[in-house]
Design a protein around this ligand. Structure first.
Ligand SMILES: Nc1ncnc2c1ncn2[C@@H]1O[C@H](COP(=O)(O)OP(=O)(O)O)[C@@H](O)[C@H]1O
Ligand SMILES: [Mg+2]
Length: 250
């Protein structure tokens, strides 16, 4: 559905991002001058080996950590400059997360876990439960609404996690190694699910992985080595896009 002339909206803008971790007598520079624009509706994979800075980048993008230098804008808002309270509100409105370890609340059943983001939006309990049941049906868990996390398999828990991330239709969903604990068949199911939700509502996905198989689900693969972007490739047309991309640095 490439229209060519139509200009896409930038959803995430990263400018001169740097992150240092100060240790006792050492400083780790985890991100070095990252510049990146991610379009609305894009499924963007942050790809790289362990220790390359993927999770650090995701944490700065999502406002979970403050960078040492530089800024991240989501929908034009400098999330790097928001207070903790403003950030929490911004996240509740605009951002969803899928975690490798699922991060479901153990004392809530599947339906209640999925409904949590709607609670923050003031949706009535009745409506929350209706929506939660509907989306759990979509991820194939209509018969698991009352199950607690420990009563479900890893794949089922992750499907609950996906339903929770998407239920309030956030603009951006961040996923850090979302299939890291799943077998290969379940991995495919989970990735197909993330992709189809994102496409339906033109949502932006930032997917962190070290797995080249997973990267294939993305529209674009941004490769990190030692905290720098060394390659930035649109996967469908397989053309390298602008910017910091530097093939030689790989
Ligand atoms: N909280 C921290 N304190 C100190 N060093 C850290 C911290 N988090 C990450 N690092 C370091 O930053 C680098 C990038 O880490 P990370 O972003 O977790 O990589 P990846 O997710 O690609 O495996 C690594 O060298 C790691 O040791
Ligand atoms: Mg990581």
């Amino acid at each position: 559905m490439e229209t060519g002339a139509k200009k896409k909206k930038i959803m995430i803008r990263v400018r001169d991002l740097r992150k240092e971790y100060r240790l006792k007598d050492d400083t780790v520079v985890a991100l070095k001058r990252i510049n990146l624009d991610i379009e609305q509706g894009e499924i963007c994979c942050i790809f790289g080996t362990s220790g390359s800075g993927k999770s650090t980048l995701l944490n700065q993008l999502a406002g979970l950590e403050k960078p040492t230098f530089g800024d991240v804008y989501i929908r034009g808002v400098a999330v790097t400059r928001l207070s903790e309270k403003e950030l929490a509100e911004f996240r509740q409105k605009h951002i969803g997360f899928v975690f490798q370890s699922y991060n479901l609340l153990p004392f809530m059943n599947a339906a209640e876990n999925v409904a949590v983001p709607l609670m923050f939006r003031g949706v009535s309990k009745r409506e929350r439960m209706k929506k939660s049941a509907a989306i759990l049906k979509k991820v194939g868990l209509a018969n698991r609404l009352n199950h607690y996390p420990k009563q479900m398999s890893g794949g089922q828990q992750q499907r609950v996690g996906i339903a929770r991330a998407f239920i309030a239709h956030p603009d951006v969903v961040f996923a850090d190694e979302p299939t890291g604990n799943l077998d290969s068949k379940t991995t495919i199911e989970v990735m197909e699910m993330i992709k189809s939700f994102a496409r339906r509502f033109n949502q932006t996905i930032v997917l962190v992985t070290h797995d080249p198989e997973l990267a294939q689900y993305a529209d674009r693969i941004v490769t990190l080595v030692d905290g720098r972007i060394v390659n930035d490739t649109k996967s469908i047309k397989n053309d390298t896009v602008k910017g910091e991309a530097n093939e030689q640095a790989i």
